[in-house]
Design a protein around this ligand. Sequence first.
Ligand code: SF4
Ligand code: SF4
Length: 320
Amino acid sequence: MEKNITATLAGALKKQKYHLIGNHSAVKRCKWLHESIVNDRPCYKQKFYGIKSHRCIQMSPSLYYCTQQCLFCWRAQSGDLQITWDEMRFPSSDSPEEIVQGSLKAQEKILTGYKGNPKADWGKFQEALSPKHVAISLTGEPTLYESLGELIRTFHQKDFTTFLVSNGTLPAKLSKLSQEPTQLYISVCAPNELVYKRVCRPQFPGAWAKLNETLDLLQSFHCPTVIRMTLVKELNMKDVDGYAELVAKANPTYIEAKAYMHIGFSNLRLGFESMPLHNEIRYFAEQLADKTGYKIIDEAQESRVVLLSRLKKPIQVGKS
Ligand code: SF4
Ligand code: SF4
């Protein structure tokens, strides 16, 4: 990416409180880290899987780069802010150790703000200073980063749990991952190719077939797997049969049906009214349960998300 473009983009992202690391990574404070420390309201992943929101780093090794341009995405996409760049052209890579160290430093910086905050829970603040979980999910497609497996391994060696979120368009990279994450998420945000092209806007031909390849190989993973559906009103909440076929192919441990949230740069592409209500997500999940044989095992109204599984209870992967 050209230097002047990087500088303009970086400036815009810093304003949105992104902490930039090296050439292609970033950490951003998750709203739920704040909610957990200040208001004792953790995220739904703490409720479901036991990871601790106040000890979680939200980061990406692929800040500006992705194989899709989903309408609902909160990241800055080429064309937003009148800046264009090739989102598929990943730059020369920083090392996993540099990214991990940069992430830890950024998290420390984020947390200093709570030192003098009378509303902060002191015990949680102290624990937060030793993070235990990393959500590799902030923006972009992480499998574009060549050393992703090594990055995960480096976090694990430091006693972190990792959740990796991928859009599944690069199955060759996923199948060669040298280290599995603690939990693997694949985003499936369309029930068929037509909707996929309209909503997820893939940046190369044949991406739908690649996503399907990923779904085929999902069962070869040993870690718990999740199909994550980000649902947008009027756009991708139809054709439950199509979604059910994709679920059958992948046989994931869980399905998370979640409402689109009108935040970040998605505001440039979708309106506030595109956010489904929790009861609409619940209705969709009930239909999906009916078609797939999965059961609704939990939900979190404040995040408008419903969890489905064949398990009776989700596996607790979080460390204390
Ligand atoms: S797991 Fe996700 S939602 Fe929960 S605190 Fe971490 S980044 Fe935020
Ligand atoms: S795959 Fe993820 S990062 Fe890429 S455009 Fe879609 S939502 Fe954004």
